[in-house]
Design a protein around this ligand. Structure first.
Ligand code: GLC
Length: 512
């Protein structure tokens, strides 16, 4: 089980209101108690933080905000002592505008080697005043920004699929690949156990950068016909990355791959490409038996032909938290608990996003002046963006910021009514969401009934689903309106109390 740490929001060790690597290290006992096998730590490299660290100005250094290189070394040592692996988030598709390559490119002339590391083009229309093509940025507005030449006149445009502070690299330039290889080795030599590769379906751009047929202006939306992503050239890049990773036999590469089509998704996890790729089906599916069954079948099919393990995730730092997606309040928490049990019953790799184990909801009423996601500005204050799922973890105590930081305020305010959701409040409470996660993770890791990499569907009442693992585990989800009779067997764990062999609505059970 991978546990995703959003470092800004996990724990603050130096009292500046922002979480850091020292904070992760201080909480390593908690992570051990939870039973995590590996951490995925969102970007902590040097960055002006225009997009929460996904704008990297030095890929081979740790930002002082997170404690510098020493803090990472200490965290790796401590995690390894507890047999927890550490994977880092790397961002090959783009850099920060503050990366020395980009500042040099802006200073250099069109056609120069400096500009050739990025994607600079002349504009269209009179005086080149129109962007080179019609691509929008994922965060809203055009995907091109015009630079000003040294003499003060408007110059070329550069491509940024994300924020203007995140210029896309030109992966056709061998220098770019060589530098990324250097970065991979730098971290692997420091003891990192692998990487989550950001926008792993990006990097390669189509020849001639053709216009989009249908301009997708909805923010943060991905579509298979989108020329900005999933171009065939990306696979040669992954094969090259894999040859480096293979020099470190313990290491793993996990790609963020927003590709819907199963065949094309599977291409990313062929034996000589990524080890794993995030499949977001489960996170995109509403709480219905039919939807969940389809998402599971689909995700298993996506990797079965290429022989890669499936992956499961209910949420991450880009997605509204599952408690809220499933309806919020008590019902949202019940459903999130049930879906966690479905997810952990499946074969393959499970990714848990920090705070999910506490049943945290999205925070949709953050004060406007606290919002930091570039989406907020880029949308002209019409879309709040992803901050609502990035609110810091409440650790202990009765008032905000709940032990997250010694500062008065966390970087995003933690709702005052989260006192009953803190780690402290849940740790020793038998029926808490945290306790359920701990039990489920423990059983998944120790019971022989979880053996086998297939599932077999069982017949089940309307609005429900049931499947069996070859080892003998049966998982039942009740997404209907009322209680259902459980099949025969011993109940190993249930997300809600079972009365007279009946599983309540919005709950799941494991039987053996
Ligand atoms: C990925 C990250 C997201 C980031 C984007 C640009 O989608 O998960 O948080 O904004 O890449 O790097």
């Amino acid at each position: 089980m991978f546990y995703q740490v959003y470092p800004r929001s996990f724990a603050d060790s130096d009292g500046d209101g922002v979480g850091d690597l020292g904070g992760v290290r201080e909480k390593i006992g908690y992570l051990e108690l939870l039973g995590v096998d590996a951490l995925w730590i969102c970007p902590v490299m040097r960055s002006p933080q225009a997009d929460g660290g996904y704008d990297v100005s030095d890929p081979r250094d740790i930002d002082p905000l997170f404690g510098g290189l020493a803090a990472l070394d200490e965290l790796i040592a401590e995690a390894h002592d507890r047999e927890i692996k550490v994977t880092m988030d790397l961002v090959p598709n783009h850099t920060s505008v503050e990366h020395p390559w980009f500042t040099a490119a802006v200073d250099a002339a069109p056609g120069s080697p400096e500009r050739a590391r990025y994607i600079f083009r002349d504009g269209r229309g009179k005086d080149g005043a129109e962007p080179p093509n019609n691509w929008p940025s994922i965060f809203g507005g055009p995907a091109w920004t015009r630079v000003t030449d040294r003499d003060g006149t408007p110059g070329q445009w550069y491509l940024h699929i994300f924020a203007p502070e995140q210029p896309d690299l030109n992966w056709d330039n061998p220098e770019v690949a060589a530098d990324f290889e250097k970065t991979l080795r730098f971290w692997l030599d420091r003891g990192v156990d692998g990487f989550r590769i950001d926008v792993a379906h990006g990097m390669a751009k189509p020849e001639g950068l053709p216009d989009m047929a249908r301009v997708e202006t909805k923010m943060l939306v991905h579509d298979d016909d989108d020329p900005r992503f999933n171009n065939p050239g990306v696979h040669a890049i992954h094969r090259r990355i894999r040859t480096i990773i293979d020099e470190y036999p313990h290491a793993v590469a996990i790609g963020e791959v927003w590709v819907d089509d199963n065949t094309r998704f599977g291409e990313y996890v062929r034996p000589d490409e990524l080890h794993l790729a995030f499949n977001f089906r489960l996170a995109e599916t509403p709480f219905t038996a039919e939807g969940v069954r389809e998402a599971i079948t689909f995700s298993l099919e996506a990797v079965s032909d290429v022989g890669a393990p499936p992956t499961w995730t209910l949420s991450n730092h880009d997605i509204e938290r599952e408690v809220t997606r499933y309806g919020g309040g008590k019902i949202g928490v019940s459903r999130a608990r049930a879906m966690m049990m479905v997810e952990l019953a499946l074969p393959g790799a499970v990714f848990v996003y920090n705070g999910a184990e506490l049943g945290l909801p999205n925070v949709d009423d953050l004060p406007e002046d606290a919002l930091q996601d570039p989406v907020w500005e880029r949308s002209g204050h019409t879309e709040r963006g992803r901050d609502g799922c990035r609110v810091p973890i409440p650790w202990e105590g009765a008032s905000t910021p709940f032990g997250f930081t010694a500062a008065e305020q966390a970087w995003l305010p933690i709702p005052a009514d989260w006192a009953d959701r803190t780690v402290e409040a849940q740790l020793e409470t038998l029926h808490s969401t945290l306790s359920l996660y701990r039990l489920a993770i423990d059983l998944r890791g120790t019971r022989p009934e979880f053996a086998g990499d297939r599932i077999e569907w069982y017949g089940s009442p309307d609005g429900c689903l049931a499947f069996r693992r070859p080892g003998g585990l049966v998982c039942v989800l009740n997404a209907s309106d009322g209680p259902i009779q459980l099949p025969p067997g011993e109940v190993l764990l249930a997300s809600a109390p079972i009365v007279d062999d009946r599983l309540p609505a919005n709950a799941a059970a494991w039987l053996v």
